[in-house]
Write a protein that binds this ligand. Structure first.
Ligand code: CFM
Ligand code: HCA
Length: 534
């Protein structure tokens, strides 16, 4: 791996090589410590990064999957068109009046004259139009780059329209694309506003026995549907998913759950912390990617509630679901064991999907995040040491205090202590590094050039990333699986998802199509014809 790292950096100018070198790490087993990596820093200009922008993280990732909130983009139409149905977040919501706005693309369509004279009037008119057409419970406004540059006050416009309507919650996000170094800043901006404007606003009381929130699950390819199926079977009520298949009322009731379960730590750990501080809801890390991981997460939830009925029910569900999983693994193992994979996606999935590969006897030889922070690599214990740079200081941190009416401790201190003594971990996330084998290569903010170089040097059996990498990797003769959109597949979460994944990966890594990459005349030149001048 030392050699591979050197070769990846070889072509860079010295200054670039020095910077990139801190974001490329050869994993080594260290006693009681985890090696340090540089993350969440600016991409070096000129590099073709895999990253997206802050607006993508806010409008696309966090708010995109909600169904009955109108998402109105304030900006030139290109930003909207690019964000229109590009994420495979599914929704089953049909609404009282058939409202499900996911398939719409709503924009103020800013023109040159709006940039010069200001776009606030146009924004107010667009909010009015959305209200008149749909009468939604909420309208969310998103700023794209030019809005921040010209200084339109989207928050003032939203507030004015909210007061005018009286029965529609209007709120705005200053999520200009340039606001942060990646999508990650957009998650933070989105979460702050969801927490401020939506959570805790419901007056309907939830009386179910085992109530949780599922944080950081976006229902891509129907993952959330499969998780909900399993939870329901166990008798666990999912009050709110942030934000896969979510609705206005779910966000509004989230304060009533008794436990927050965090799937994607990167995008949402802020909300988990705020729910705990303001309402007294403890949080745990879960992972429903991988059959074993799913079983472990269910057991963890049951242990938290501590009720024998629930513990037994969860065991019964696992016992019922596992035989099909075991049969599927047994079938693929002879063909998948020993194969190698690389995973480079935005955040959590580069870690979570290693579970599924392990179950198939496959090794992840290299992985990394586009935009995760050091805690997602090294674990949450390093959070106090994180350096706050100018870019992160740019993103608002909201101060949260216990709610005078709604705060309620879910467990006594003695109960929490007893759980912890028995090995139960709250707020635990150890990151990707300790989970990866020695001598694997971990790369932050991988770019187009390095991706091709890595493939050339390490020759994996499978490369997992996004649409921008799809075809360049396939052209190198390596099967490529999109782990953002799942190509057109999924779900891959839960038990049914694991089976889908085993079969899909088996098909990909054992396909013979890659041996036909060379045209017949490239392999046998005698087949090629020569043009003869007559
Ligand atoms: Fe979390 Fe996600 Fe991911 Fe993410 Fe994303 Fe996504 Fe992703 Mo694409 S919230 S960090 S910002 S798990 S959209 S559903 S697939 S990069 S690894
Ligand atoms: C985003 C969304 C994305 C992009 C996926 C891809 C997604 O970051 O803006 O590059 O293929 O999952 O849809 O991450």
């Amino acid at each position: 791996p030392t050699d591979i790292k050197a070769k990846m950096l070889e072509k860079y100018p010295p200054k670039v090589a020095r910077k990139r070198s801190k974001q490329i790490l050869i994993n080594e087993a260290m006693e009681n410590t985890t090696p340090e990596i540089t993350a969440n820093v600016r991409t070096i200009p000129g590099i073709i990064t895999m990253r997206g922008c802050t607006y993508a993280g806010c409008k696309g990732v966090i708010m995109g999957p909600t169904s009955d909130i109108v998402n109105l983009v304030h900006g030139p139409i290109g930003c909207s068109f690019y964000a229109w149905l590009t994420r495979r977040n599914q929704s089953s919501y049909t609404g009282e009046n058939n409202e499900n706005f996911i398939t719409y693309c709503m924009s103020t369509d800013m023109q040159d004259s709006d940039i010069i004279f200001g776009g606030e009037k146009k924004l107010a008119a667009a909010i009015q139009e959305a209200y008149d057409l749909f009468h939604p419970k909420g309208i969310a406004v998103f700023a794209t780059c030019p809005v921040g540059l010209i200084g339109d006050d989207i928050h003032a416009v939203a507030k004015k329209m909210k007061e005018k309507f009286g029965d529609c919650n209007v709120f705005a996000f200053s999520c200009e694309g340039y606001k942060g170094v990646s999508q990650s800043a957009g998650h933070h901006i989105a979460n702050n506003q969801v927490f401020t404007h939506l959570v805790g606003k419901s007056t309907t009381e939830k009386t179910d026995k085992y109530k949780i929130n599922l944080l950081g699950e976006y229902n891509i390819g129907g993952d959330g549907f499969e998780i909900d199926r399993i939870l329901k079977k166990c008798g666990i009520t999912n009050i709110a998913t942030f934000s896969g298949n979510s609705t206005y009322d779910q966000f509004a009731s989230a304060n009533q759950a008794d436990l927050s379960c965090v799937m994607c730590h990167r995008s949402i750990n802020y909300v988990a912390d705020m729910l705990e501080t303001k309402y007294g809801i403890p949080w745990i890390k879960v992972n429903f990617i991988g059959a074993e991981a799913t079983a472990k997460s269910l057991r963890k939830i049951a242990t938290y509630f501590g009720d024998q009925d629930l513990i037994d029910k969860v065991e019964a569900v696992i016992a019922e679901e596992m035989p099909a999983v075991d049969a599927a693994v047994k079938d693929v193992l002879p063909r998948t064991t020993g194969k190698t994979a690389m995973i480079f996606v935005g955040g959590s999935r580069a870690h979570h999907y290693q579970e599924l590969f392990k179950e198939m006897g496959m090794k992840t030889i290299s992985a990394g995040y586009e935009f995760a922070h050091r805690d997602d690599y090294e674990g949450r214990q390093i959070i106090p040491d994180l350096k706050v740079d100018a870019d992160s200081r740019n993103i608002e941190e909201i101060e949260v205090e216990p709610d005078p009416v709604l705060f309620k401790p879910r467990k006594t201190e003695a109960e929490i202590e007893a759980l912890e003594k028995a090995g139960f971990a709250f707020k635990d996330y150890e990151g990707i590094i300790p989970d990866m084998e020695k001598d694997t290569l971990i790369v932050d903010d991988l770019n187009q050039y390095e991706a091709e170089k890595l493939v050339e040097l390490m020759k994996p059996d499978l490369f997992c990333a996004g649409i921008k990498e799809k075809f360049s990797i396939q052209k190198l003769g390596i099967p490529m699986k999109q782990l953002h959109s799942y190509d057109s597949g999924g779900p891959y979460a839960g038990f049914v998802g694991a089976i889908n994944f085993y079969n899909e990966i088996d098909r990909l890594v054992n396909s013979r199509v890659w041996s036909y990459m060379k045209a017949p005349w490239q392999e046998n030149p005698e087949l090629s014809a020569t043009y003869v001048w007559e």
